[in-house]
Write a protein that binds this ligand. Structure first.
Ligand SMILES: [Zn+2]
Length: 553
């Protein structure tokens, strides 16, 4: 991409056309910067895989000119890939105090060496990365210390919003710095590249104060123990839950490692300073049941998190009883619905009451709804809008809204697009092929690798194993041995295996000498025959394993 070496360029490697896995590259005059390095979580299309990692091979190619990774905030979809992928880039990481405090704890738990250089960034200060200068602007979101980035060059400036909302009463942390956003609008902004999560939601996202009141009211009406699950990093929500418990004369017990990690990072960076002492897990069972609120991890149905263990009675300290209440103070991340429903069904069978944000205002989003987006466009007045952080439908809705705000150009990007800016417009000039990866026993593995394709094929189609024993000329020395897993029901198994054995026998009889002396030619021929016979019988294409054993002499 030598022809672009002096140009101002934006390349989203993740997060464009999807919610999750945000990775963005900016370039100017040979200097590159990476904004965020997030993960996604797997769904039913990626069985056997926990997390999905972005494809950063293009960034690796630019490594010598990559000046750093700047983290907009500490959500997994913005910084979760650092423990897996930093080693491939080995550049300094920059972020606000809370972002780095949480990252340090995650890196320590992953037993990663302390060699990763972390640098704290303050709001409204210019930091130079070669030809690119970055200023952080304060926002409100569902985590402490989030930032929008002003990317400044001698060609003009770009606002990269990160995740944000306008919250007049965020309850913890600062408000969105509306004055600075207006000021940069006055200075002139080439492009706004921003959050589309709630671009299809009318009105304004309610304030954290609404969730705090909702939680207080639900707890007031509960007769027995209340367990509340939320995202661990939502420190304002933890503060709201503690305040709601206090208003109802209840003590709080915190359950789940990620919550303790977030609370410790928050305290280290000046938040949650005057919390009451928590009840320990061991003492929770000794408390009067009507005087207890439990905050626990597991809002997404994660099998290893506290709530799933509590629901199936496997938690060593915490038990819920009939008549208790579980509040989901969180949204369902798309793809997690089934896992969440499984936990909720277990709770309901024990006559435990469930309250979600559909029943009461116990959760508010951290992202801007349409009226807030309109406010932002009126403040910043960019020439170009580039919606990111959303699926195609979100990006489309965001782009249309930007047009209604008199933005003269909108450009909907896809991951891998190379977008070049002039001082007044943006054009897609190239695109990079991007894949998706995962982490498998210490290795970063392509989701399209042979190993993971085989795993998916076996899961969806089953597998057949055929072993044949041959003499030197390719004659069968005994009947082929065949077995199957997940291909047919037990009543049909012996018929099916006998037919496959016969098929292999017949094909070996028919094969010419050229094939019979070549093990791999035999394998290829028989795999094809077994697959098509199985497909015409059961309409599935199983993974076929062939073992050719040739007896010497
Ligand atoms: Zn976020």
């Amino acid at each position: 991409m030598n022809f672009l070496k002096d140009e101002l360029i934006f390349v989203p490697l993740g997060g464009a056309g999807e919610i999750g896995m945000n990775v963005n590259l900016y370039h100017y005059k040979s200097d590159w910067l990476m904004i965020d390095l997030g993960i996604s979580f797997s769904d039913e299309t990626t069985p056997g895989v926990d997390i999905i990692l972005p494809d950063i091979r293009f960034a690796e190619e630019q490594k010598v000119n990559l000046r750093g990774i700047i983290l907009s905030h500490a959500h997994e979809d913005h910084f979760g890939a650092i423990p897996y992928l930093w080693d491939k880039l080995q550049v300094p990481i920059y972020g606000t105090a809370f972002t780095l405090a949480l990252l340090r704890r995650k890196l320590a738990e992953a037993k990663l060496p302390e060699k990763i250089p972390l640098h704290e960034i303050k709001y409204n200060v210019d930091y130079n990365f070669g030809a690119l200068t970055v200023e952080f602007v304060a926002l409100s979101h569902s985590i402490p210390d989030p930032a929008a980035l002003i990317i400044k060059t001698d060609k003009g400036q770009i606002l990269h919003t990160g995740d944000w909302k306008l919250d007049e009463t965020p309850m913890l942390g600062g408000k969105t710095d509306v004055a600075r956003l207006k000021q940069i609008g006055d200075e002139g902004v080439i492009a706004l590249i921003g959050d589309s999560t709630n671009a299809m939601v009318a009105g304004r996202t309610p304030s954290e104060a609404v969730a705090r009141k909702g939680l207080t009211d639900v707890i007031a009406n509960a007769q027995q123990t209340v367990a509340i699950t939320c995202f661990a990093s939502n420190v304002a929500r933890i503060d709201s839950i503690v305040a709601a418990a206090k208003a109802n004369n209840r003590h709080v017990c915190v359950v789940g490692r990620a919550l303790h990690r977030a609370i410790s990072a928050a305290r280290d960076t000046g938040y949650l300073k005057d919390l009451p002492d928590f009840v320990s897990e061991a003492d929770a069972g000794l408390m009067p049941r009507e005087n207890l609120v439990i905050i626990c991890t597991g809002s997404q149905g994660e099998a290893r998190a506290a709530l799933a263990k509590i629901a199936n009675g496997m938690h060593e300290n915490i038990k819920l009883n009939s008549g208790d209440t579980v509040i989901y103070s969180s949204r369902q991340i798309p793809g997690n619905e089934n896992a969440i429903a499984k936990v909720q069904n277990q709770l309901l069978r024990q006559k435990i009451k469930i309250v979600t944000d559909e029943d009461a205002p116990v959760h508010v989003s951290g992202h801007p709804a349409r009226d807030e987006l309109i406010d932002l466009y009126n403040l910043v007045r960019p020439k170009i809008a580039i919606p990111v952080h959303g699926t195609a439908r979100h990006l489309e809705a965001h782009a249309k809204l930007a047009v209604s705000c008199q933005v003269s150009q909108t450009l909907i990007p896809e991951n891998g697009d190379v977008i070049k800016f002039s001082s007044s417009n943006a054009n897609k000039v190239d695109s990079i092929q991007v894949s998706q990866f995962t982490h498998e026993s210490g290795n970063v593995v392509d989701l399209q690798s042979d190993m993971l394709r085989s795993r998916r094929q076996m899961l969806w189609n089953g597998s057949v194993s055929v072993s044949i024993l041959l003499d030197q000329m390719g004659g069968l020395m005994q009947a082929p041995a065949v077995s199957q897993d997940g291909v047919c029901i037990i009543e049909e198994e012996s018929d099916y295996l006998a037919d496959i054995s016969m098929l292999v026998d017949t094909q070996m009889e028919k094969a010419n000498t050229k094939i019979l002396i070549d093990d791999s030619a035999i394998e290829t021929m028989l795999i094809g025959k077994v697959k098509s016979a199985t497909k015409s019988r059961f309409r599935i294409r199983p993974k076929v394993h062939m073992h050719v054993i040739r007896i010497a002499g």
